[in-house]
Ligand binder design. Structure first.
Ligand code: TYD
Length: 202
């Protein structure tokens, strides 16, 4: 057990995780909490290898891909997440092991096996799973970010990823409808976090 709080943002690409996370961080800081904002894949050596694969995914097997995400996460947990939780801070991470179960699950790994590989990773206090029709996620990536889809974001693949995210029943997961104005989505996120803080007595 640790005195901190671990909150993970999850969901398919284009749901707005990286917009919503800093807004929540600012809100929690205003309330006097110490907040660490982080993300996966990380900027560390394994995270960089993963990013290099974005457009060349066929170069690696699904098993090697899973291995890289696990190596990246091990380092992230050891060097960033666990120390912050031990200091009693609030860690907000843009993606965590539910992404691995969903994305590498969609690539052919057994999601149950993926979850079982994470005995080293602290269980989140809250997973904010942002939900959005795949079609809309793709449209947002194209129009808002002006990007084409990388290999992790191909349509058929994303449908499988979304179906896996929808199948997870962990009690830490709260689903947030992301096909709404940014402020409304943020309000739902804050309400879920408020419930967590009340539950934890903070
Ligand atoms: P993303 O959050 O989109 O990062 P960025 O916005 O910095 O590019 O994540 C990159 C991709 O990596 C995304 O399509 C999902 C994928 N991914 C996995 O397949 N498995 C994982 O465990 C994680 C963390 C991400």
């Amino acid at each position: 057990m640790h005195p901190g709080l671990l909150i993970a943002f999850e969901g398919i690409d284009g749901t707005g995780k990286s917009t919503q996370l800093p807004l929540l961080a600012a809100h929690l800081r205003e309330r006097g909490l110490v907040v660490v904002e982080t993300r996966e894949p990380t900027d560390g050596p394994y995270g960089q290898q993963i990013r290099a694969l974005y457009r060349n995914r066929s170069q690696v097997s699904p098993e090697r891909e899973l291995e890289l995400f696990l190596l990246d996460r091990r380092q992230h947990v050891a060097e960033c997440i666990r120390p912050a939780l031990d200091r009693g801070e609030v860690v907000l991470t843009d993606r965590y092991y539910f992404s691995t179960a969903a994305y590498q699950g969609a690539a052919g790994c057994d999601p149950a096996h993926v979850f079982a590989c994470h005995d080293f990773a602290p269980e989140p206090d809250l997973v904010l799973l942002l939900t959005l029709p795949v079609e809309e996620g793709i449209a947002r990536i194209r129009t808002l970010r002006g990007e084409t889809l990388n290999d992790f974001e191909q349509r058929e693949q994303l449908e499988k990823v979304a179906a896996l995210f929808a199948s997870f029943t962990h009690s830490c997961i709260v689903r947030i409808h992301a096909a709404r104005p940014m402020e409304e989505v943020q309000a739902s996120i804050r309400a879920a976090v408020q419930q967590l803080l009340v539950r934890k007595g903070g």
